[in-house]
Design a protein around this ligand. Structure first.
Ligand code: SF4
Length: 411
């Protein structure tokens, strides 16, 4: 008997304009949708906690009562949104079986069962759905049309970084040999946890280069960045990455300052392949085991190299809340995780985030210093163009808020 299945993305705190952004597309639900459709079931995708009327409106059927509700989860610290969705849909459809899957469910299944009060927790990857092509037609085109496609050539990772949950969800590394046949869009976003670890990466990049040369693809993006160690072992990959059209490549600098020679060598491979330094990103985890002062020295190195920083605030894998609010001036460790053991404080966390932001703006705008007055256009366009030519030492004579990226800032 055909089932009616409601696929739900909880009311995650994603701004409406970013809902269809490539970082937030509920790709697992889209694959499940295809899988169940192939089995002859009726599916609906709902994003957020909607009323029965709104759910009915999203289809032609007058009465549509789901038999099964599948709710996805993401970061553990968004567990509260999952719990709210379970409660919401339980109230709407008391007879439906509610299953929660996804990242939080897989990392903390027992907690998920008790905390959300769902009927079942699905751990890991749904093998049947994994092979299905995502049902992109279920994504509403507003506010932005979906003009890209998510691709995965592998699952899992060959490494086991202590702050990362990938190994816990996917213990074995599995890879595909080609992707050419599944490409339908000209913009490709790779969701691989470690794309370069795919043993067939050379073949895959060759396929992409061919598609790019025939203008069948426009650009590619590796959402998790590139493994710099593999790049170092196989330096020829850098040129292939560039030719395949990967934009804004990122490599991670997870450990201490002393790694800087190694990181620079990895960046140089990408620069030699034709990337501009300011289009490269170094991924950095802060509020973690590396203290603030050392993180600042790492930031200064990135300024010296003129590469941007993609910063990520650390939250432990089992944290089920994160009340950090960038608009607030002050918060406590009760509201969000502060890695006090390494000397981090609320103030230092906000300072580091702000320093990185200002430095990245300098790089993007080709200036030697940052000025909020310039950024917020409180200065005329002509004057801004003149000031942009100045060094920090010269600029501080004209702009009271000139900020120098080349020194450590504790406030
Ligand atoms: S290399 Fe990346 S994906 Fe792999 S375990 Fe480390 S952080 Fe996770």
């Amino acid at each position: 008997m055909a089932l009616k299945i409601l696929l739900v993305e909880p009311e995650f705190p994603i701004p409406p304009k970013s809902k269809n952004h490539r970082n937030f597309l509920p790709i697992g639900l889209l694959k499940l949708a295809s899988y169940y459709r192939e089995l002859g079931d009726s599916v609906k995708l709902i994003r957020g906690n909607k009323t029965e009327k709104e759910i009915r409106r999203s289809g032609n059927e007058r009465w549509w009562i789901p038999d099964k509700i599948m709710i996805t989860s993401l970061f553990t610290y968004w567990a509260g949104y999952v719990r709210d969705s379970v409660a919401h849909y339980r109230k709407l459809y008391p007879d439906a079986r509610i299953i929660v899957g996804g990242v939080y469910a897989s990392l903390m299944p027992d907690h998920c069962k008790k905390y959300t009060k769902c009927d079942e927790v699905f751990v890991g990857v749904h093998k049947g759905a994994e092979k299905s092509f995502p049902a992109y037609d279920l994504i509403e085109n507003n506010p932005h049309p979906l003009d890209y496609q998510i691709v995965r050539t592998s699952r899992g990772c060959i490494r086991n970084c202590e702050f990362c949950g990938v190994k816990k969800i996917e213990s074995r590394f599995k890879a595909n040999a080609n992707i050419k046949t599944e490409i339908i869009h000209r913009k490709l976003v790779f969701y691989d946890d470690n794309l370069l670890a795919n043993p067939h990466i050379q073949k895959i990049l060759s396929e992409l280069i061919e598609l790019k040369s025939k203008k069948q693809i426009l650009w590619c993006e590796a959402q998790s960045g590139f493994d710099g160690k593999i790049l170092k072992e196989k330096p020829y990959l850098a040129e292939m990455i560039k030719k395949a059209g990967f934009h804004y490549p990122r490599i991670a600098w997870d450990w201490g300052y002393e790694q800087h020679h190694e990181i620079k060598e990895q960046l140089d491979l990408l620069i030699d392949a034709g990337y501009r330094s300011k289009d490269l990103f170094v991924f950095m985890l802060y509020n973690w085991d590396i203290p603030f002062g050392e993180m600042e020295r790492k930031r200064l190195k990135c300024w010296e190299w003129q590469v941007q920083i993609a910063d990520c605030r650390y939250r432990p894998l089992d944290k089920i809340y994160d009340g950090y609010d960038s608009k607030k001036r002050k918060q406590t460790g009760r509201e969000y995780h502060i890695q006090k053991e390494s000397g981090w404080t609320d103030k230092l966390i906000r300072t580091f985030r702000s320093n990185v932001r200002k430095q990245n703006i300098c790089l993007r705008q080709n200036t030697k210093y940052y000025s909020a007055d310039m950024e917020r256009k409180r200065i005329s366009k002509d004057m801004t163009n003149e000031y942009k030519k100045l060094s920090y030492e010269e600029a501080k004579g004209y702009l009271k808020d000139a900020w120098n990226p080349a020194v450590i800032h504790y406030t």
